[in-house]
Design a protein around this ligand. Structure first.
Ligand code: GDP
Ligand code: MG
Length: 169
């Protein structure tokens, strides 16, 4: 019963793209300029209300294993949703995001919902155009948002959208 068991949601993406910062913003509405890379920000969000239903999400963040390419499929096993993050100022991180999507499609839950997120929109330097990412997302049936964990822009929307998808609304 969903009222008792939260949906598992994982964050994936290259190191330093802002995964832990997004979780920190979501769960504590905070931003820290130099976050310790090995501290994951996992948390549970209670009571997201979607059209009279309530959803709980358990958000999983890595403890920095992606830096050493040592994140195992155990991390995303059972995940009903995945937030794949890249940094809009770093093109390489966008390419890595595509790899993560492939990996999830191959080894993850068959019905998992994937959201593509371009983070750090507060930065001036833009290496990935939103139109490029949107096109990729459309082609692959993913939701797409651009966010800033620093300012908080569109961070909640990621998780609201996921909650809606998971409820089929
Ligand atoms: P992770 O390795 O993907 O978990 O990335 P972190 O959350 O640890 O963030 C890496 C660095 O990017 C940290 O110094 C953060 O302060 C910074 N950062 C994260 N999100 C943003 C953002 O939206 N804007 C800016 N300007 N910096 C960010
Ligand atoms: Mg992190």
């Amino acid at each position: 019963d969903q009222t008792n068991s939260p949906f598992k949601i994982v964050l994936l993406g290259d190191s330093s793209v802002g995964k832990s910062s997004l979780v920190l913003r979501l769960c504590q509405d905070k931003f820290v300029e130099n976050l310790e890379p090995t501290i994951g920000g996992s948390c549970i969000i209670q009571n997201i209300e979607i059209e009279e239903s309530e959803v709980k999400l358990k958000i999983w963040d890595t403890a920095g294993q992606e830096r050493f390419h040592s994140l195992t499929p155990l991390y995303y096993r059972g995940a009903k949703g995945a937030v794949i993050v890249y940094d809009i100022s770093n093109f390489e991180s966008f390419e890595r995001a595509k790899d993560w999507i492939l990996e999830l499609r191959e080894n993850g839950e068959s019905d998992s919902k994937i959201v593509l997120v371009g983070n750090k929109i507060d930065l001036e330097t833009k290496a990935v155009e939103d139109t490029t990412a949107q096109k990729f997302a459309d082609k692959n049936g993913l939701l797409f948002f651009e966010t800033s964990a620093k300012t908080g822009e569109f961070v909640n929307q990621i998780f609201l959208a996921l909650a809606k998808l998971l409820l089929g609304k």
